[in-house]
Write a protein that binds this ligand. Structure first.
Ligand code: ARG
Length: 462
């Protein structure tokens, strides 16, 4: 049994069973948003005073009491007791203990339902800014590396088969694009989350003349929410935030997968610095990419939180239901995990080098220049479908003899198509092909240079 009955439990006979107290509490999870709870409460109390619903004196006592509580929590001096249920009640009870009757007026016109939604939105705004800052750091790391490898080529893969030559820098910048979308998505999420539910009460608002627009403005919200009924149970912004995290984790897991493959001896495209490798307890020769594998693996936890959040919301009756309390476990897991993933990814990008020489030695294997060769024929008025067939036949021809396009005599080219001329040698080979990419956003060194300039400018403004 809990020691004493809480002030909000007068309706209930006797004491709550200890099992129940522990089961319904969220304090262990939501105590970390105490700052937002306190800021929200001070703002609410100020509005109550301005509206004449409490005295200025009461407001002064409430404000000072809450600031003291905030300091006590920050200094680790606050005693969190599970019987307080959650951070909202813990703070309110502590306030009453500290300042007496004035503290009992704080919850005027308010429910924990609008309170928790307000707190969560305030937390999310900051969390999004933190994640966006981490994304920017990671993007900068990619751009810095791209600058290092602007003119070096590597194979681009489709179906994990050698496809076309690209600048290593272009490959690195492809991730900057993905993370830019993540950055924007989080910004969009922040915009939708940035409306104040405070003053919506439990579900139907209040008969008291609360000034919702005032508290919203003071808390930096761009607007208020316009349905108290919807506000009580709306956690769309939570699902959206976790989805955004899940997509970041997806992008990171793709990077991890690439580099796990690329650092194998079979591929040998990159070398991860020892400081970001692990070894084997048994095999002395091993340099393992465990960090990458854990990035890939930990994405699962963010997906788990997304599924959990959606499942919490599915088919919930209109209004507030206690199921919603479970949102924070998953919100915090998604935010924390994604933050850690971004940090470690930044580290690994900085501590990885591309094996220029090894890559160059093999860059002309696998006919990466075949598409460019077909396009050469197109520029000589051969229909693309026909050109495609001619080059495919040439590839077969070369492959059987263990030769490359550049080993062929002009007469051998001409035997396959009269459209081939002496200048064909300027079009074949990975370097020639990459140099000739002419479309915006292509993977050549030229486009890479342009994009690096663009990103440097863009990211320096953040
Ligand atoms: N701890 C609760 C939560 O996180 C606060 C809201 C409680 N509301 C209620 N009607 N019991 O959702």
């Amino acid at each position: 049994m809990a020691k004493s009955k809480r002030s909000w439990e007068k309706r209930l006979a006797g004491q709550r069973e200890k099992l129940v107290v522990d089961f319904v509490q969220s304090l262990s999870v939501d105590k970390r948003i105490y700052k937002y709870d306190i800021v929200g409460s001070i703002t609410h109390a100020q509005m109550l005073a301005e509206k004449g619903l409490i005295t200025k004196k009461d407001f002064g006592a409430i404000k000072n009491g809450l600031i003291e509580i905030s300091q006590e929590i920050a200094e680790g001096k606050f005693r969190f007791d599970a019987s307080y249920e959650d951070i909202h009640m813990a703070v309110e009870e502590a306030l009453v203990a500290k300042i007496g009757d004035a503290g009992r007026k704080l919850h005027t016109g308010r429910s924990r339902n609008d309170q928790v939604s307000t707190d969560t939105r305030l937390w999310m705004r900051d969390e999004i800014e933190i994640l966006q800052a981490k994304i920017t750091l990671l993007q900068r790391a990619f751009v810095k590396q791209a600058k290092e490898y602007t003119d070096d080529l590597m194979p681009a893969y489709t179906h994990l088969q050698r496809a076309q030559p690209v600048a290593i820098g272009a490959y690195l910048l492809s991730f900057v694009e993905k993370f830019e979308r993540d950055y924007i998505r989080l910004g969009n999420c922040r915009e939708l989350a940035n409306a104040s539910p405070l003053g919506s009460g439990a579900v139907a608002g209040s008969t008291l003349p609360l000034d919702r627009k005032k508290t919203a403005k003071q808390l930096g919200f761009s607007d208020i929410t316009y349905s108290s009924i919807d506000s009580a149970g709306d956690r769309d912004f939570c699902a959206e935030f976790i989805f955004d995290c899940a997509l970041i984790a997806t992008h990171l897991s793709g990077l991890a997968e690439d580099w796990i493959i690329y650092c194998s001896s079979e591929f040998g495209l990159i070398r991860i610095d020892d400081s970001y490798c692990t070894s084997s307890s048994m095999m002395p020769q091993k340099r393992n990419p465990d960090v990458l594998e854990l990035i890939r693996g930990r994405a699962a936890s963010v997906y788990g939180s997304l599924m959990a959040m959606l499942t919490i919301l599915k088919a919930q009756p209109t209004g507030y239901n206690r199921d919603l309390q479970e949102d924070k476990v998953h919100l915090f897991n998604a935010g924390d995990t994604t933050g850690r993933l971004l940090d470690i990814a930044d580290g690994i990008v900085v501590h990885t080098s591309f094996e220029r020489k090894k890559i160059l030695d093999r860059i002309d294997d696998g006919f990466l220049d075949a598409t460019a060769l077909a396009e050469y024929l197109v520029s000589r008025q051969v229909a693309f479908r026909e050109a495609h067939g001619i080059v495919a036949t040439l590839v077969n021809f070369c492959e059987k003899q263990g030769r490359k396009f550049r080993d062929l005599e002009l007469s051998e080219f001409k035997k396959h198509s009269p459209a081939f001329e002496e200048d064909v040698y300027k079009y074949i080979g990975a370097a020639n092909a990459a140099k000739r990419y002419a479309t915006d956003g292509a993977g050549g060194p030229g486009q890479t240079k342009e994009q690096i300039n663009y990103w440097q400018k863009q990211l320096s403004q953040r």
